[in-house]
Design a protein. Structure first.
Length: 465
């Protein structure tokens, strides 16, 4: 992994002494970044965020902008998971193989990772709003392609466009939330960065499953609704305050590069096993979960297929919000333990053909999934300086989506030859091994003299996140 520590110390071009300016040093926060207060300059000044200033300049106030960015984040995540319950429908209508189905899943993630690597840090240089506007426009093109798709070729093109748009949006939205983090709730951005992706995945899969099962035009209606949502998102982005000043280096930032500043590496590297384990499990559920429900348990209802994903991701979103006041190390240990135990219980249910046991295991694993996401993305929101946010979130999402995609693609191919049950068993055991590795790493780090692992920072103050 290339060293990016030199890039991390490029001075921010924004005035450092202006109280509450997004580029100021601000006061330290716990898990939501630097805890910068919104600018309280003259209401009519360019940097003012008072209601009068917002009206004069047509920009949303910082609290409204934070809520709007959260909604857009969840919209992108929901759109990314919406095709999952539809894969079976496409397969029945067009008669393609399981290998083709795996390819459709794979090209999306490859495009997303390519986007993260190429444009992940771009908003640190050209501003958040231009990158978000471009991502929304490309997502709209992808959704229009889904609506008109009549064969696998168009479906592949739509997924590629959607992957690139989603990658550009994820890191920029995450960084924007940290920029807008309210000073009275310093952990909020870290919590939302944890809740929004998994919550959006849950809503997208469940909503699409319901529409496919009960609404007309199952392969078109969900994308038409998402396209309408993206249109509204474009209007909102046009009124967002810009939180990252333009500075030189935008073109150079497009050169594929990933790196973690040297000072952050111990904390970030320690998170990799649980980040991989949790997102690999999510990839299994989104790619093969509905097929496992239909083939092994006889649950062919499309709503149930979406519910399988929601049991994991929805539980994760609720957990991330509920544990926002816990210390970091405690959340990480709980996440690793519950992810491991829940996955093992799910495997036992699959082996015993026990649907209730598998469902219970999925819920427990979902709690671990949410806790792991909160610990990982909350840590990065707390650690990253303003000029590092886009790139650091890119690293996190590249790791997450590699874990999300590569094992799932391998599982899709393996299931053709070895069967779903054997594939799920091997996959689940790998997740269990990674969870146990995380627990071992945390024990070693906490045992070191002078270590602050396990108590460094809280996710948010109780009642204020």
């Amino acid at each position: 992994m290339p060293d990016s520590s030199a890039a991390a110390v490029i001075p921010d071009s924004r005035p450092p002494d202006r109280p509450g300016h997004p580029g100021s040093t601000g006061r330290p926060s716990s898990f939501g970044g630097t805890g910068h207060a919104p600018s309280t300059g003259h209401p009519g000044s360019p940097g003012g965020t008072g209601h009068l200033g917002s009206m004069i300049h047509g920009r949303l106030s910082h609290p409204v902008a934070f809520a709007a960015v959260t909604a857009i984040f969840m919209l992108f995540a929901a759109a990314s998971s919406a095709p999952s319950p539809l894969y079976v429908v496409y397969q029945q209508e067009w008669g393609f193989s399981a290998t083709t189905l795996t390819l459709v899943f794979a090209v999306y993630v490859l495009a997303l990772i390519g986007s993260l690597v190429v444009v992940g840090a771009l908003s640190d240089y050209v501003g958040r709003r231009p990158v978000l506007a471009g991502a929304i426009a490309l997502e709209a093109v992808a959704l229009a392609a889904f609506i008109g798709a009549g064969n696998v070729t168009v479906l592949l093109a739509a997924r590629i466009a959607q992957g690139f748009a989603t990658g550009a949006a994820l890191t920029t939205l995450g960084a924007t939330l940290v920029d807008l983090n309210p000073p009275h709730a310093p952990g909020r951005a870290g919590v939302v960065n944890s809740v929004a992706p998994v919550g959006g995945l849950a809503l997208g899969a469940l909503g699409c499953g319901a529409l496919v099962q009960y609404a007309p035009a199952p392969t078109r209606l969900v994308f038409a609704l998402l396209l309408l949502g993206m249109g509204l998102a474009g209007v909102v982005v046009a009124r967002l305050p810009e939180t990252s000043a333009r500075r030189p280096g935008g073109l150079a930032s497009l050169a594929p590069r990933l790196g973690v500043p040297a000072r952050l590496r111990p904390d970030v590297y320690a998170l990799i096993p649980i980040l991989v384990a949790s997102w690999a499990l999510g990839g299994l559920y989104l790619s093969l979960g509905p097929s496992v429900a239909a083939s092994l348990f006889g649950l062919a209802n499309h709503l149930v297929g979406g519910l399988v994903v929601t049991l994991l991701c929805g539980t994760g979103a609720v957990t991330a919000f509920a544990l926002r006041s816990w210390p970091t190390g405690r959340v990480l240990r709980a996440g690793a333990l519950l992810l491991t135990a829940g996955t093992a219980l799910t495997l036992a249910g699959v082996e015993a053909h026990g649907m209730a046991l598998a469902a219970a295991g999925t819920v427990i694993a979902g709690v671990g999934f949410g806790a792991s996401a909160l610990a990982c993305f909350g840590t990065m929101a707390r650690l990253a300086a303003p000029a590092e946010r886009g790139e650091l979130f890119s690293v996190a999402y590249v790791i997450a989506y590699l874990a999300f995609s590569l094992p799932a693609v391998a599982a899709g191919l393996a299931s053709t030859y070895a069967g779903l049950r054997a594939t799920a068993l091997v996959y689940g055991l790998a997740v269990v091994a990674l969870g146990l590795t995380t627990l071992a790493i945390q024990r070693i780090r906490s045992a070191r003299p002078g270590s602050t692992s396990g108590q460094r920072g809280r996710l948010a103050r109780p009642g204020r996140g």
